[in-house]
Design a protein around this ligand. Sequence first.
Ligand code: TPP
Ligand code: SF4
Length: 302
Amino acid sequence: MYVPGHRTCAGCGPALNYRLVAKAAGPNTIFIGPTGCMYVANSSYLCTPYAVSWIHSQITNGGAVASGIEAAYKILARKKKYDGPFPNVIVMAGDGGSVDIGLQAMSALMYRGHDVLFICYDNESYANTGIQTSPTTPYGANTTFTPPGKAIPEGKVLFPKDPPQLVIGGHPAVKYVATTCISHPLDLMNKVRKALNYDGPTFLHMLAPCPKGWKFDEKLSREMGRLAVDTGMWTLYEWENGVYRYQNLPKQYKTVGEYMKFQGRFSHLKKEHIAKMQAFVDEKIAKIKAIAVEAPIPTPKA
Ligand SMILES: Cc1ncc(C[n+]2csc(CCOP(=O)(O)OP(=O)(O)O)c2C)c(N)n1
Ligand code: SF4
């Protein structure tokens, strides 16, 4: 459903991410592609690798375009002008197109309750424009908008937004939210199918390592994903009707330095900055442990 032939970088995490999503979703699918690498790099010039329907949207309005498509199908079906199967409607938005410049339209989609899967493929920067900071860029990352210097030695001083919590916190129509990583492809595809099976809006936050933006060897994309999970920099979980379930929680977490040392975007950081990152992750892990205990895995009804 996502075929060879696109101008993404060698080792592009978002491209592999797209391939897995398309494979899981199957042929009865319409993709909405807000401006970003997964639009520009895939569809330049005058050809695309999407073997299903696909439409470009502005980076600002992926949620609104998807809402329109979903509403059109519902109305056509009601008026008996369309009797085919209801399509999977999937937005493939970058982090900028999801939780920064595209947040308003995404939130409105969630509020209205459209039957749409909104995916944030998170490469942790505005990549296509040359790697600028976005709200999911980690603390301490070097981007062209957060260069380390004398005044600000760590480059980026802010800690990131939490996209799943934004969605979970404010949208009663949303019953399923999950996180994924390309290093765990089956988990990723299962979550895509599960989200699509829900009747209503769903949200997936997908870590998609970007060798160009994070400045690591292009052969290490999957390894970066694995290390993100093993260090606690990224957590795999589902949130379903108010219940959290975690996947692949490490028994013993590696230190964040084990992950950061491979990435040029962090190479300027001093010990105290890495300690700050470790403290941030430790706090997150402590919270997860508390929730994981409080939220027992529900047993399926017979
Ligand atoms: C309204 C508007 N503002 C700015 C841009 C410039 N622009 C093009 S691609 C892009 C980066 C998108 O970042 P993200 O959504 O994170 O996707 P990525 O490129 O990282 O895949 C931006 C800012 C635009 N196309 N439209
Ligand atoms: S810049 Fe990053 S997200 Fe964009 S095509 Fe290259 S690897 Fe993929």
